[in-house]
Design a protein around this ligand. Sequence first.
Ligand code: ATP
Ligand code: MG
Length: 205
Amino acid sequence: MILALINNKGGVGKTTTAVNLAAAYARSGYRTLLADLDPQASASLHLGRRESGPTHIPRLDVCCGFPQNTGDYEHVFLDCPPALSPLTHRALELCDRFLVPLQPQYLAMEGLANLLRFAHNPGRWLGIVLTMVDSRARVTHEIIALLRQRFPDKVFQTEIKNNIRLSEAASFGQSIFEYDGRCPGAKLYAQLKEEVEQKCRVLAV
Ligand SMILES: Nc1ncnc2c1ncn2[C@@H]1O[C@H](COP(=O)(O)OP(=O)(O)OP(=O)(O)O)[C@@H](O)[C@H]1O
Ligand SMILES: [Mg+2]
């Protein structure tokens, strides 16, 4: 399966989600590729690499740019840059499914409408992953409730809460599972992986 992480808004957790989902799949035994489509190479750097090749995580490779050949992998994750650009368009064409990491803020909803128009292939839309959720803010709960009401089958149950360990892991060139496998961020990404896998299984039937 080729899964693209897409949102034209910057800094919403696309790379963090791509890296940690890819790591979670690799840890469960799948041959996994993380394709870093962002010219800033954030995803590869997050795993401590500057070039394509294997990472320190067994079964997880990274590649800079579009993969030449995805045949060696069971799962491929495409980390897109924050733009509705030709590159993102190509990622949308190449993927089997796409996932939208979204921070629950009011303007994010506007952006989502644009993004869905741009994608114009709703069949491939796997869903919304709520990221950097600040449970202490009342407005967060309101927006999440609105999103769940508007897109009842699309918003994943797992909400990725704010967890500083996730951003620390990136600066150490590690996925959250090596950096601190017991922290809330690790548990949430492991749970998200189960949910994504389950949803893909159901949709494939
Ligand atoms: N759940 C979280 N809790 C705390 N910090 C987070 C969380 N998710 C991401 N971050 C941090 O927020 C910043 C932005 O995240 P990330 O790079 O994943 O976003 P992005 O959408 O890929 O950004 P860009 O659009 O620039 O590619 C990073 O510093 C990252 O470490
Ligand atoms: Mg990024």
